[in-house]
Design a protein around this ligand. Sequence first.
Ligand code: MG
Length: 401
Amino acid sequence: MKIAAITCDILSTARQRGATRYEDTAGLKFPQVASQSAQSFPGRADTRHLCVYPAARSTALIRVQTDSGIEGIGEAHAPVAPRVVKTIVEDLLTPLLIGEDARAIAVLWDRMFSAMRLRSHTQGFTLEAIAGIDIALWDALGKHCGEPIWRLLGGAYRLQIPVYSSGTPGQTLESRRRGIENVLNEGFSVVKTSCGRGAVSEQMHLVRQLSDAVGDRGKLLVDAHGGFDLKDALRFARFLEGLGNVEWFEDALLPEDHRGYRTLAQSTGIRIAVGETDCNRYVVRDRLLNRECDLLLPDVCRAGGISETLRIAQLCDVFGVSWASHVSTSTPIHLLAGLHIGAATPNFFISECPSGFAHGPFGNGLLADPLPLENGHITLTETPGLGIALNEAAIADLIIT
Ligand SMILES: [Mg+2]
């Protein structure tokens, strides 16, 4: 089964507003500071962020065509400047893979990773592009073998995979409380919320209200997006411990603050979660050796696809660390790729489920047969590969150049 062609299509929600080219979808911005009040300490670095956000959602759909007629589908995370990922796929990686045996996934992964190692492209856009191709190769291999990916990875520890709701949208406390009520009513028992910008006392007030809203009906995950310094993070971690229903404290510090994470992880009983910025096994190795976290959050569409995320998950297990699948503003391909690894690894914790999964433009409607989401779980099946087929008409409605 040889690789005959690889294509990359940019999908964007801006298409539904009439845009046909990416340059017509502009509107990048940093998140708003949640509160600016007298309680904020003057000069606190509220302007430092983990990333810029686009006005419209975008991602990259990868298809690997083989000479046996099998097509594998994958996704590369591409929320900002997706044409960079498309160019890497088309101009750099595809010429390295055409004519090669599509079943030799580990060998081909190494070839792609080695292509720009000297030039330091070992994370970021290049690993996102590699991720899309790698996932498509696994999908093709599954279809070729007539087996689901979870079985090719070694079998299933579980097929009913727990997922959590990604967010509590809205700027006001009331809208977030409503969001929590909605997702609990939909059957989720774990929900994530954001904090970390503005006065710490106000952030504590906000999170306490949301923790109360969840009550004993579920668990709250708290993501600070790198918004705290170490002293505030330590205070906040002690506060979260006292709430009783907070399961993890995510991205408390900037991801490069390795000494800070080590101190934080050793000083609190709340699970310290980090790692959506860690996109290869080597950076994860260093974080684990340094004992910086209790839970790692690799993102399969950023961290080199199924092959590298599996290695990361297995490396975590060596250190007694669990992993949870980070899933961003992306399609069910991304979600499914993480779930297959979740099925096949003993130290899997839970997967993120994007907030638009049920009804959003990048959600379940992109599949020919939508995935059943029941009581906060998605159940994997015996269907070969990723186990999904695309709703091609819905996909065509999202493609821009
Ligand atoms: Mg996060």
